[in-house]
Design a protein around this ligand. Structure first.
Ligand code: PLP
Length: 439
């Protein structure tokens, strides 16, 4: 497509305004050069000149329904005409419908939803609920996890982002199962599971069970590497939580709402948590929204007792109208079932094929449309490839018109749930090409 002067102007203006005025997340600001995106549809986004990219990042793994789904855009527009904002203390139809729809996806015994603006404050409030419900203080969470960038959520996080932010108290970390880089010298998933559960039991005992309010876990740690837990692990954590009277909080912010080919990633693990946190896929981030689903037992704690928490935009009508439309469209179009089927039938074999062709891929893991390729310089030692190699891969994928999600030594293959077999074939050809030429 030829580029007009207007399009070039818009591109230049977007870049200039960004560099002059926008302060970006998680970055030293001086040498950033964010690229402008002007629009999108489904699995594609484009710049002002009309150059398109396959979005195999779903942005920050949130655009589960794809870009610009017409029913969701229409619902936001309709709600904007009716009532754009209203205080959380009022009753609002969009909010009520969203809460009903979200509770309808949860296991039996979950009726109430506390809405937040995103995933971090969902975890923040779930931690607060666990503390008030138990009258205890400590929160246990995994190394290799991300729970968000607010007071307690960032300290619960188990990656480098916690370290400059450790101002909240009462947080203890433990190792979870990660067979490829086992902390437990395990040779099989069964050993990894059993030893990780033994380790967690020892941490609980050593910390003093009666001081522990909650265990906060991503059902599948996402940014940390799509680390699917071995069968039995989540059920084992549930049993420990029950034994010691601890609230189990499952963070479904990234893994939920279709990403794994189920509404919630924990569903196939035979476990029911006490609190579920969500955000991202609930409305694909079209308008910021997150929340906590409360089991009836935790909700009852606040029947007569004041819940000491709130947000100006809790249950914002634009965000909740978008959630209702998202859940309706995902249901009527079978998008969650599609994510499951495309994971089993197309992504799993296609990524296994890539690993056969490229020695640099040490492991492929995931489910649904939630996958990671772990890149190593040596399959025997599992030495991660360098940051320089990852930088080259990231640039090369972008140059070949694919938006990647790259984290540490991994490429996360995380397209929208609506991705087609043809788009996956295009993406795999690009990964193939880049892994052959850019290592
Ligand atoms: N929890 C998980 C598992 C996440 O992946 C994220 C964000 O990536 C968060 C919480 C934080 O969500 P937000 O950025 O909406 O605050």
């Amino acid at each position: 497509m030829s580029t007009t002067a207007d399009q070039t102007d818009l591109d230049t203006l977007t870049r200039r305004l960004d560099r002059e005025h926008v302060f970006h997340s998680w970055s030293a600001q001086a040498h950033l050069a964010p690229f402008p995106i002007a629009g999108g549809s489904g699995t594609r986004v484009w710049d002002h000149s009309g150059r398109t990219w396959l979005d195999f990042s779903s942005q920050l793994v949130n655009v589960n329904i794809g870009h610009q789904h017409p029913a969701v855009v229409e619902a936001i527009t309709e709600q904007a005409r009716l009532l754009t904002t209203i205080a959380p203390s009022t009753a609002n139809l969009a909010r009520g419908r969203a809460a009903e729809a979200i509770a309808g996806l949860a296991p039996a015994g979950f009726e109430k939803v506390f809405f937040t603006n995103g995933g971090a404050d969902a975890n923040e409030n779930a931690i607060r609920m666990a503390r008030l419900h138990t009258g205890r203080d400590k929160i246990l969470s995994r190394y290799r996890s991300y729970h968000g960038n607010t007071g307690a959520a960032i300290v619960a996080t188990g990656d480098w982002r916690r370290l400059p932010n450790e101002y909240a108290r009462g947080h203890v970390h433990f190792f979870g199962p990660y067979q490829y880089r086992s902390e437990f010298w395990a040779d099989t998933p069964e050993q990894e599971c059993e030893r990780a559960l033994h380790h967690l039991r020892r941490v609980i005992e050593a910390e003093g069970a009666s001081s522990i309010a909650g265990i906060l876990l991503e059902s599948i740690p996402g940014t940390a590497g799509v680390i699917v837990p071995p069968d039995g692990y989540l059920a084992g954590v549930r049993a420990l939580a029950d034994e010691f009277g601890i609230v189990l909080i499952l963070d479904e912010v990234m893994a939920g709402f279709g990403r794994t080919g189920a509404w919630f990633a924990f569903e196939r693990h035979n476990v029911v948590p006490d609190l579920i946190t969500f955000a991202k896929g609930v409305n694909s981030g079209y308008v910021p929204l997150g929340g906590v689903l409360l089991s009836d037992a935790v909700a009852a704690t606040f029947d007569e007792r004041v819940f000491p928490g709130g947000l100006t935009y809790s249950g914002h009508p634009l965000a909740t109208a978008a959630a209702v439309a998202t859940i309706e469209a995902m249901t009527s179009e079978g998008i969650v079932e599609h994510a499951h089927a495309i994971g089993v039938d197309v992504l799993r074999p296609a990524l296994a094929g890539l690993a056969e062709r490229h020695e640099v891929i040490g492991e492929v893991r995931g489910e649904g449309v939630f996958w990671a390729l772990e890149l190593v310089s040596d399959r025997a030692t599992r030495e991660p490839v360098s940051a320089a190699v990852m930088g080259r891969i990231k640039s090369a994928l972008f140059e070949r018109d694919l938006l990647p999600f790259v984290s540490e030594n991994r490429i996360h293959v995380v397209p929208p749930c609506v991705v087609t077999a043809e788009e996956i074939a295009q993406a795999v050809a690009i990964y193939d090409d880049v892994l052959s030429t850019s290592i």
